[in-house]
Design a binder for this molecule. Sequence first.
Ligand code: ATP
Length: 672
Amino acid sequence: MTATVITAPLTSQSRLLELLDQWVALGWLRPLDRALAGFFVDLDPSAEASVLLAAALASHQLGHGHVCLDLAATLAEPDFALSLPPEGEESLSDMLLPSRMLAGLALADWVQALALSPLVASAHGASDRPLVLHAERLYLRRYWNYEQSVARALAVRIRDDRPVPDSLPEWLNRLFPEPLVLDGERQTDWQKLACALAASSGFTLITGGPGTGKTTTVVRLLALLQGTADKPLRIRLAAPTGKAAARLTESIGAQVASLPVDPAVRERIPTEVSTLHRLLGSLPNSRHFRHHAGNPLALDVLVVDEASMIDLEMMACLLSALPPHARLLLLGDKDQLASVEAGALLGDLCRDADQGHYQPERVAWLERVSGERLEHPALQAGEAGCYPLAQRILMLRYSRRFAGGSGIGRLAEAVNRQQAGLARRQFGRDDVATLRLKGEQDAALNRLLQGGRGQAVGYGHYLERLNTGRPAADTAHDDPAWTNWAGQVLTAFDEFRLLCTVRKGPWGVAGLNQRIAALLQRRGLLEAEEGWYEGRPVLVTRNDYGLGLMNGDIGIALRLPEEDGRRVLRVVFARNDGGGGLRFVLPSRLSEVETVFAMTVHKSQGSEFAHTALILPEALNPVLTKELLYTAITRARHWFTLLEPRAGVFEQAIGRRVERRSGLLAGLQEEH
Ligand SMILES: Nc1ncnc2c1ncn2[C@@H]1O[C@H](COP(=O)(O)OP(=O)(O)OP(=O)(O)O)[C@@H](O)[C@H]1O
């Protein structure tokens, strides 16, 4: 295709719309973003091209997780701020690039054109205009409303001090009986402090990396709250995805069973975790929920895990459905990638979590009730009356899963701190390894994908379980052996996953999925490499409430007996409701699924695999950031393998970080 170069697209509406059409044709913009610009021309036929462009880009940014278009950041580094071209493709003509197009536009002129447009309202201006401009940020009205409603609701909750029982110190000592000693040294017990903090607040945010004890802390806190309440508290647990809910259900169950408290208290701590959609009561074909401000949730305490995956719209819905008296506890890892949807709440709210910024009176109180000293080199003192949000946040700082000698822990930390040299030096241990690839059909890559390395398995593992564990041919169709086998295959599949950073190109999800299926078929492990075949793993890409399947659920096609003796392919999914049950679905009923040997790092959030491999692309692109690497590395429970088609990309990615654009913190400050 040869593109007609569009010169000076900002001088006229028609040239701009033509350029936007080209961006759509290239897959750079969604048709929706372009349609919005067209719709605004209908509303205001004399709209300036720069206003229409800003509107289309504000919509485009939503698709990249930003709730607004940050005009200054866009002009400072247009291609990076707008993630264009996506995945760093070579452009057909660099005349098309935002950096070329925006080169002559001054921030002040852009802001002025927007401020004067009848399509754009100021923060407190006319509420019937479809765009809102505030502090050099342009919002589509709906997202402005979400951000405002979240800021308002959080501002109220941040001020929500709760009286604590006199017995708080005894409870804390009972729940954390031993002083914390790590590597022979007495350390501050941040878990105990988190419990104390949360006991005194209506809203608490506990952040920490993998295995830092978030779940353990919250279970002990729930025992404390339940054990000291006048009447039994209605507690609900939730997570943004089914996968995360299932994982939390499993770990909470084990933790509750070992609580050193009266069985009556233990029994009143739930172990079932539901998805946020289910908690709020999703309504078919609607973005609205059954629970909202007019029909609030019937609960006293709500715990939401994996809070980094909550997007702005969901948070707005959640906060409005939460009754004012209810306590809200958010748990998550602030350093992980945010939700794919717009908004990076946890990251925004926890921006200062490392430094603490606790006010002196809070430090004194926390130390008195817990017997712990608030000491850490990163901590900075807060002033009385300052940083109200920081008083509700506690960061857990020691990973028990990745203690001392763990390469995964050290690698994740070095990546998080953007120390590329240190990160590189972690490879070569048993748990973290790297492999330089010599092309798409690299024999070592194929060996790894099929057979893993050392004790770390590859995809051959679940296929072996599939083939060797299959019940005998004459096993009755309703014999539990079939369900047991299906469950084992699903579990075995979660032992290994290949993660990609991009969708397209030789190192993208689409191409790798085809190559892996072909490889396994050539090796005689799969009967086919296309269409539906036994062993095909699939990822659900859209919620299907009728089938009870959520976006992100993973299933595997298995040949199972029918009542009449025929063998039929059915796709088995975990029920993800904590009960450990399975769901069997005919492939013909699954329209929105894709093969999932390889998956994107984004889609892997909330999951863990014993062995996780990450394959990098050959060149840096806008999605490659240290947050992406950190998220990928921390999906690994025991082994992590980095696959590198080209040297240096890993180091370059460590040097970049996600800058999510939002005005949430500013909004919170305005509310105070
Ligand atoms: N205070 C503690 N004393 C003893 N063991 C603990 C303590 N806190 C956590 N652990 C153990 O450390 C491991 C990780 O804890 P936990 O699952 O609570 O961490 P997490 O931060 O919720 O992890 P994830 O990253 O999976 O969300 C668990 O095996 C848990 O039993």
